[in-house]
Design a protein around this ligand. Structure first.
Ligand code: HSE
Length: 431
């Protein structure tokens, strides 16, 4: 029976989950793979820290180099978090000829192009199922199960914390701060939830999915990202009145010229669409391939066990790769696409919410600015029950160019009758 040596870098929530579940299902995995996994070294920053999952003290080291230098370690599992230290470590692991498994979405989003190039040169795979949507096997699905397809679009709810907050704002009418506090008290949001809230955790995952689907590494500086921190309960209620639900949605699409659109932002989606029913901390990916048609993947996008499930799946891939080296390095670049569409060129329907003076002629001025820019309005609501003098005004905008819409909205914002910064959100109808 072959034994596969593993070096585990990081023993936090996910690292502990990998250790615990490898032990729990050892016999099953060994039977299924005809090989056994042996964690030979665990590198941690602080050896004295108490950890909820226990492992023999003899396995621990604070020296990452011990994992690289140990010839009995064939597979490195990087679950440290951060970017600079993991980057240097993964470079060394590849140079040393070790298979790399990582759950580090920020690392891959920022340095994927370099790391996969190194992996290809060294003929070493990098596996990263845990980096996107936790326990949902979307990487293997896009890379292998759907290899026959051109991806027309991929839409994802890729951050559990923000989806939990939006669900509570929508279903219980909580405001953003109260929903965030609740998410933190339940342990869903990190004590520093910045990347969850500002959209970048989901954006890192969208970059990885888009790069994999379209065969070129998408640069983080080229995509549009906005978080949920500026959403108001009013926006959620107005959207609901119009038949929409607001989600932090990753939108990845190819147009007829093979230009790729990648954005992550609060987006109105029809409340009847299946993604609108993805609630709480769950993640989902809904995609359209030209051969397979529509497919939906739903599951837990975070947490110890779901994420460990994906890391262990990558360990199984590593066992197969070690037994029978193949031409799969985790990401294959090609030149069928390669162009990213600037966000200004994106065409979408929009939701525009304004706070305006309650005086005659206001609507005409606003409609005039939109009309002059060639932007059509599909509906207008002026909700009742607000303070006299100022009122919210919600306009639904027909398909329009984002850049031109922003210019028109800037002119509207400068009107004396407009009293607060407008909220402009895309509307995705999936048509
Ligand atoms: N914090 C993330 C989430 C999980 O809330 O989905 C890790 O990416």
């Amino acid at each position: 029976m072959e034994s596969i040596g593993i070096g585990l870098a990081g023993f936090g929530t996910v690292g502990g989950g990998v250790y615990k579940n490898l032990e729990a299902n050892r016999a099953l995995l060994t039977q299924r793979l005809g090989a056994s996994f042996e964690i030979r070294r665990i590198a941690v920053r602080d050896l004295s820290k108490l950890r909820p999952v226990s492992a023999p003290a003899s396995l621990f080291t604070s020296d990452l180099a011990e994992l690289i230098d140990d010839p009995a370690i064939q597979v490195i599992v990087e679950l440290m978090g951060g970017i600079e230290i993991p980057l240097a470590f993964v470079r060394k692991a590849i140079a040393a000829g070790k298979i790399v498994i990582t759950g580090n979405k920020a690392l891959l989003a920022e340095h994927g192009a370099e790391l996969f190039q190194l992996a290809r040169e060294r003929r070493i795979p990098i596996f990263y199922e845990a980096a996107v949507a936790g326990g949902i096997p979307i990487i293997k699905t896009v890379r292998e199960a759907f290899i026959a397809n051109r991806f027309e679009s991929i839409h994802g709810i890729l951050n559990g914390t923000s989806n939990y907050i939006l669900t509570r704002m929508t279903d219980a009418g909580l405001d953003f701060e109260a929903a965030l506090e609740e998410a933190q008290s339940l342990g869903y949001a990190e004590s520093d939830p910045t990347l969850d809230i500002n959209g970048w955790d989901a954006a890192h995952k969208a970059i990885i999915l888009a790069s994999l689907a379209y065969g070129f590494w998408v640069q983080s500086s080229d995509i549009y990202v906005a978080g949920i921190d500026r959403l108001t309960s009013d926006d959620i209620q107005f959207a609901a009145q119009l038949g929409y639900t607001i989600k932090l949605l990753a939108t990845i699409k190819a147009d007829a010229d093979n230009a790729i659109e990648v954005r992550v932002c609060p987006t109105l989606i029809p409340s009847s669409h299946v993604l609108a029913s993805v609630k709480g901390v769950f993640n989902a990916v809904w995609l359209r391939g030209d051969v397979v048609g529509e497919s939906l993947f739903y599951g837990r996008g975070a947490g110890q066990d779901p994420t460990a499930s994906s890391v262990i799946a990558d360990l199984a891939e590593s066992a197969i790769a070690l037994e029978s080296p193949r031409r799969c390095y985790g990401f294959t670049s090609h030149d069928l696409y390669g162009k990213l569409k600037p966000v200004e060129a994106v065409v979408s329907q929009f939701y525009l919410r304004l706070l305006v003076d309650d005086t005659p002629g206001v609507l005409a001025k606003i409609a005039g600015i939109l009309g002059d820019a060639g932007i059509g309005i599909s509906s207008v609501i002026q909700p009742e029950g607000h303070d006299a003098g100022q009122l919210p005004l919600v306009l639904m905008i027909h398909d329009a160019n984002y850049g031109r819409t922003c210019e028109a909205v800037a002119k509207i914002a400068a009107l004396a009758c407009v009293k607060a910064e407008p909220a402009l959100l895309p509307v995705e109808t999936f048509s």
